[in-house]
Design a protein. Structure first.
Length: 222
Protein backbone atom coordinates (compact mmCIF):
# COMPACT_ATOMS: atom_id res chain seq x y z
CA UNK A 1 0.00 0.00 0.00
CA UNK A 2 1.32 3.44 -0.84
CA UNK A 3 1.93 5.77 2.05
CA UNK A 4 -0.96 8.14 2.64
CA UNK A 5 -2.08 10.57 5.33
CA UNK A 6 -5.62 9.31 4.96
CA UNK A 7 -6.78 5.71 5.43
CA UNK A 8 -7.57 3.81 2.26
CA UNK A 9 -11.11 2.50 1.72
CA UNK A 10 -12.35 -0.42 -0.36
CA UNK A 11 -15.70 -1.24 -1.94
CA UNK A 12 -16.37 -4.72 -3.32
CA UNK A 13 -19.04 -5.12 -5.99
CA UNK A 14 -19.88 -7.75 -8.58
CA UNK A 15 -22.57 -10.24 -9.53
CA UNK A 16 -23.75 -12.73 -6.94
CA UNK A 17 -21.29 -15.57 -6.42
CA UNK A 18 -18.28 -13.60 -7.68
CA UNK A 19 -16.38 -14.07 -4.40
CA UNK A 20 -16.77 -10.68 -2.71
CA UNK A 21 -16.94 -12.25 0.74
CA UNK A 22 -13.82 -14.33 0.15
CA UNK A 23 -11.83 -11.33 -1.06
CA UNK A 24 -13.15 -9.27 1.86
CA UNK A 25 -11.68 -11.79 4.32
CA UNK A 26 -8.33 -11.64 2.54
CA UNK A 27 -8.32 -7.83 2.67
CA UNK A 28 -9.21 -7.86 6.37
CA UNK A 29 -6.27 -10.18 7.04
CA UNK A 30 -3.96 -7.96 5.01
CA UNK A 31 -5.07 -4.57 6.36
CA UNK A 32 -5.88 -4.82 10.07
CA UNK A 33 -7.38 -1.34 10.53
CA UNK A 34 -10.37 -1.82 8.22
CA UNK A 35 -13.93 -1.47 9.50
CA UNK A 36 -15.98 -4.13 7.69
CA UNK A 37 -19.56 -3.45 6.61
CA UNK A 38 -21.50 -6.23 4.87
CA UNK A 39 -25.10 -5.44 3.94
CA UNK A 40 -26.10 -9.09 4.19
CA UNK A 41 -25.10 -9.17 7.88
CA UNK A 42 -27.05 -5.97 8.51
CA UNK A 43 -30.16 -7.51 6.94
CA UNK A 44 -29.84 -10.67 9.01
CA UNK A 45 -29.48 -8.65 12.21
CA UNK A 46 -32.59 -6.66 11.32
CA UNK A 47 -34.55 -9.78 10.37
CA UNK A 48 -33.83 -11.15 13.84
CA UNK A 49 -35.86 -8.33 15.43
CA UNK A 50 -39.50 -8.82 16.38
CA UNK A 51 -41.03 -6.08 14.24
CA UNK A 52 -43.46 -5.81 11.35
CA UNK A 53 -40.76 -4.39 9.07
CA UNK A 54 -38.35 -7.20 9.96
CA UNK A 55 -40.90 -9.85 8.96
CA UNK A 56 -41.60 -8.14 5.64
CA UNK A 57 -37.90 -7.63 4.89
CA UNK A 58 -37.31 -11.31 5.63
CA UNK A 59 -39.77 -12.26 2.88
CA UNK A 60 -38.04 -9.93 0.40
CA UNK A 61 -34.57 -11.29 1.20
CA UNK A 62 -35.70 -14.92 0.97
CA UNK A 63 -37.29 -14.27 -2.43
CA UNK A 64 -33.91 -13.11 -3.76
CA UNK A 65 -35.06 -9.53 -4.34
CA UNK A 66 -33.45 -6.35 -2.96
CA UNK A 67 -34.76 -4.56 0.12
CA UNK A 68 -36.08 -1.02 -0.48
CA UNK A 69 -33.30 1.51 -0.95
CA UNK A 70 -34.15 3.75 2.00
CA UNK A 71 -33.83 0.82 4.43
CA UNK A 72 -30.57 -0.39 2.89
CA UNK A 73 -29.08 3.10 2.89
CA UNK A 74 -30.02 3.72 6.51
CA UNK A 75 -28.32 0.48 7.57
CA UNK A 76 -24.86 0.94 6.07
CA UNK A 77 -24.71 4.74 6.24
CA UNK A 78 -25.56 4.67 9.95
CA UNK A 79 -22.77 2.13 10.49
CA UNK A 80 -20.29 4.54 8.89
CA UNK A 81 -21.58 7.67 10.63
CA UNK A 82 -21.70 6.15 14.12
CA UNK A 83 -18.58 3.98 14.07
CA UNK A 84 -15.82 5.04 11.67
CA UNK A 85 -12.89 6.93 13.18
CA UNK A 86 -10.89 9.43 11.13
CA UNK A 87 -7.83 7.17 11.03
CA UNK A 88 -9.76 4.02 10.11
CA UNK A 89 -10.33 2.57 6.64
CA UNK A 90 -13.67 1.21 5.44
CA UNK A 91 -14.35 -2.07 3.68
CA UNK A 92 -17.85 -1.92 2.19
CA UNK A 93 -18.98 -5.31 0.86
CA UNK A 94 -21.92 -5.49 -1.56
CA UNK A 95 -23.11 -1.88 -1.51
CA UNK A 96 -24.04 0.39 -3.21
CA UNK A 97 -26.26 -1.76 -5.43
CA UNK A 98 -28.65 0.82 -6.89
CA UNK A 99 -28.47 4.31 -8.35
CA UNK A 100 -29.81 6.13 -5.30
CA UNK A 101 -27.37 4.24 -3.09
CA UNK A 102 -24.53 5.16 -5.47
CA UNK A 103 -25.51 8.83 -5.36
CA UNK A 104 -25.55 8.88 -1.56
CA UNK A 105 -22.33 6.83 -1.41
CA UNK A 106 -20.48 9.40 -3.53
CA UNK A 107 -21.96 12.30 -1.57
CA UNK A 108 -21.09 10.76 1.82
CA UNK A 109 -17.54 9.83 0.86
CA UNK A 110 -16.97 13.32 -0.50
CA UNK A 111 -18.30 14.80 2.74
CA UNK A 112 -15.91 12.57 4.70
CA UNK A 113 -13.11 13.49 2.26
CA UNK A 114 -12.62 9.83 1.40
CA UNK A 115 -13.59 9.89 -2.29
CA UNK A 116 -9.99 10.29 -3.47
CA UNK A 117 -8.62 7.47 -1.32
CA UNK A 118 -11.32 4.90 -2.07
CA UNK A 119 -11.05 2.06 -4.59
CA UNK A 120 -14.18 0.35 -5.92
CA UNK A 121 -13.37 -3.17 -7.08
CA UNK A 122 -15.84 -4.83 -9.45
CA UNK A 123 -15.23 -8.59 -9.53
CA UNK A 124 -16.63 -9.82 -12.84
CA UNK A 125 -17.82 -13.34 -13.65
CA UNK A 126 -20.15 -14.57 -16.38
CA UNK A 127 -23.86 -15.15 -15.82
CA UNK A 128 -23.35 -18.92 -16.15
CA UNK A 129 -20.44 -18.94 -13.70
CA UNK A 130 -22.49 -16.96 -11.22
CA UNK A 131 -25.40 -19.36 -11.56
CA UNK A 132 -23.17 -22.41 -11.07
CA UNK A 133 -21.52 -20.98 -7.96
CA UNK A 134 -24.77 -19.86 -6.35
CA UNK A 135 -26.52 -23.21 -6.76
CA UNK A 136 -23.66 -25.00 -5.00
CA UNK A 137 -22.25 -22.60 -2.37
CA UNK A 138 -22.98 -23.15 1.32
CA UNK A 139 -23.25 -21.18 4.57
CA UNK A 140 -22.09 -22.10 8.08
CA UNK A 141 -25.03 -22.47 10.48
CA UNK A 142 -22.87 -21.37 13.40
CA UNK A 143 -20.80 -18.36 12.27
CA UNK A 144 -22.71 -17.56 9.02
CA UNK A 145 -19.55 -17.63 6.88
CA UNK A 146 -20.32 -18.13 3.18
CA UNK A 147 -18.36 -21.05 1.71
CA UNK A 148 -17.86 -20.47 -2.04
CA UNK A 149 -18.04 -23.33 -4.54
CA UNK A 150 -14.57 -22.75 -5.92
CA UNK A 151 -11.11 -24.31 -5.57
CA UNK A 152 -10.27 -25.89 -2.21
CA UNK A 153 -13.57 -24.78 -0.68
CA UNK A 154 -15.42 -27.42 -2.69
CA UNK A 155 -13.87 -30.13 -0.52
CA UNK A 156 -14.97 -28.72 2.84
CA UNK A 157 -17.35 -30.88 4.89
CA UNK A 158 -17.51 -28.44 7.81
CA UNK A 159 -16.82 -24.72 8.23
CA UNK A 160 -13.06 -24.07 8.07
CA UNK A 161 -13.47 -21.19 10.52
CA UNK A 162 -15.48 -22.68 13.39
CA UNK A 163 -16.28 -26.29 12.41
CA UNK A 164 -19.99 -25.58 12.08
CA UNK A 165 -22.47 -27.47 9.88
CA UNK A 166 -22.81 -26.25 6.30
CA UNK A 167 -26.12 -25.66 4.51
CA UNK A 168 -27.52 -24.05 1.35
CA UNK A 169 -29.23 -20.68 1.72
CA UNK A 170 -32.96 -20.51 1.10
CA UNK A 171 -32.54 -17.73 -1.48
CA UNK A 172 -30.07 -19.84 -3.47
CA UNK A 173 -32.87 -21.58 -5.38
CA UNK A 174 -33.15 -21.24 -9.15
CA UNK A 175 -35.89 -18.58 -9.21
CA UNK A 176 -34.16 -16.52 -6.54
CA UNK A 177 -30.84 -16.69 -8.36
CA UNK A 178 -32.39 -15.61 -11.66
CA UNK A 179 -34.02 -12.64 -9.96
CA UNK A 180 -30.82 -11.56 -8.22
CA UNK A 181 -28.81 -11.74 -11.45
CA UNK A 182 -31.53 -9.76 -13.22
CA UNK A 183 -31.40 -7.10 -10.49
CA UNK A 184 -27.61 -6.89 -10.83
CA UNK A 185 -27.85 -6.13 -14.55
CA UNK A 186 -30.87 -3.88 -14.12
CA UNK A 187 -29.76 -1.86 -11.06
CA UNK A 188 -26.17 -2.46 -9.97
CA UNK A 189 -24.40 -1.97 -13.29
CA UNK A 190 -25.95 1.53 -13.72
CA UNK A 191 -24.88 2.29 -10.13
CA UNK A 192 -21.29 1.28 -10.95
CA UNK A 193 -21.35 3.44 -14.09
CA UNK A 194 -22.56 6.40 -12.03
CA UNK A 195 -19.62 6.01 -9.63
CA UNK A 196 -17.22 5.86 -12.60
CA UNK A 197 -18.68 9.04 -14.03
CA UNK A 198 -18.07 10.80 -10.71
CA UNK A 199 -14.32 10.22 -11.13
CA UNK A 200 -13.96 7.77 -8.27
CA UNK A 201 -11.47 4.97 -8.86
CA UNK A 202 -13.25 1.86 -10.20
CA UNK A 203 -11.15 -1.22 -11.02
CA UNK A 204 -12.56 -4.27 -12.80
CA UNK A 205 -11.13 -7.66 -11.82
CA UNK A 206 -11.50 -11.01 -13.59
CA UNK A 207 -13.24 -13.15 -10.97
CA UNK A 208 -13.00 -16.39 -12.96
CA UNK A 209 -9.45 -17.01 -11.77
CA UNK A 210 -8.16 -18.87 -8.70
CA UNK A 211 -8.91 -17.02 -5.47
CA UNK A 212 -5.25 -16.21 -4.91
CA UNK A 213 -4.88 -14.72 -8.40
CA UNK A 214 -7.97 -12.53 -7.92
CA UNK A 215 -6.50 -11.23 -4.68
CA UNK A 216 -3.13 -10.61 -6.31
CA UNK A 217 -4.85 -8.53 -9.01
CA UNK A 218 -6.63 -6.55 -6.30
CA UNK A 219 -3.36 -5.84 -4.49
CA UNK A 220 -1.74 -4.65 -7.73
CA UNK A 221 -4.24 -1.81 -7.87
CA UNK A 222 -3.81 -0.59 -4.31
Amino acid sequence: MKASKKPINFVLLGPQGCGKGTQARLLLNKFKDLYYIYTGDLYRDLIGKDSDAAKRIKRVVESGDLVMESVTLSLWINKIIYNIKSNQGILLDGSPRRLKEAEDFVELFRFLERDKNTIVFVINISKQESFDRLTKRRVCKKCKQVIPWIGKYKELKKCDKCGGELFRRQDDDIDGIKLRLKRYRQWTIPAINYIKNKNMKVVEINGEQPIEKVFKDILKNI
